[in-house]
Design a binder for this molecule. Sequence first.
Ligand code: PEP
Ligand code: MG
Length: 315
Amino acid sequence: ARAAAASAPLTPGALKDGTAVPLLANLGKPEGAEEAAALGAEGVGLFRTEFLFLSSTHAPTVAQQKESYTKLLAAFPGKKVVVRVLDAGADKPLAFLNDAHEENPALGLRGIRSLRASEDILREQLTALAEADAATEADLWVMAPMVATVEEAEYFTELAREYGVKTAGVMVEVPAAALLADRVLAVADFASIGTNDLTQYTMAADRLLGSVSSYQDPWHPAVLRLIQATGEGGRANGKPVGICGEAAADPLLAVVLVGLGATSLSMAPTALADVRASLLEHTLDDAKRIAAAALDAADAASAREAARDAAARDT
Ligand code: PEP
Ligand code: MG
């Protein structure tokens, strides 16, 4: 019986009423792909590509990148795999890309801003991704980090399409992009909300600084309102809005995020089982009611408590 349970197929992520909520994995290296699939990941919602760049003094070659992307994509035939182009700067500084003298690196040349300043690196990355895509069967989506303006969304999606990327999107992790999500998502094919940075920038509190760590709480209603605005921007344009920050790994917050309009959730693979179980306890109407209770709170602790009370009605 134990063997049967271990080999039983894991059900896809869904709410109690059957509404599908694909559960995806956050990965930082292609080596994690098989374990993620074994834990029930229906694909990859965030593949961070920094590992290829971090330990070196220069950018990896197209061939080196292609090898890694091919390994990743080959592990998910027929499945969605969202790759994020290099997010250098701030908490992920790169010697050959970032100016060490920025006073406020989180507000500096990071993410899409630094790629634009070194566009050859972005072009090489897109070349390697296109080659890996052509060699494999996964459904490749590519997204840019730290997009703040509609113009940046246009820049990235147009460039990605030049390389044959079929689904090009943006991360929403800057409040400006969340507030203008209706326009950003008129341009991009999808959005993925990075709640770690979205919280940092909403609360104006460095995510790496222990003395302000109490602000780094995605339950804050200010953060939830920006997630709601992004969900509405997706709905208005008929585009998917995923979540790939740590918030998606919190089983109760995951329900709130779906109630706010998230159409998929991506997380560390070890969190998949608890989130899957939590979603099955609530319908979409329940999730919207629980989200409304959290949104109505004045601070993070009360939002969590209000959601817990509202969710208790369903079990
Ligand atoms: C985020 O900001 O929430 C995110 C997923 O990206 P990272 O943590 O890599 O900045
Ligand atoms: Mg981020």
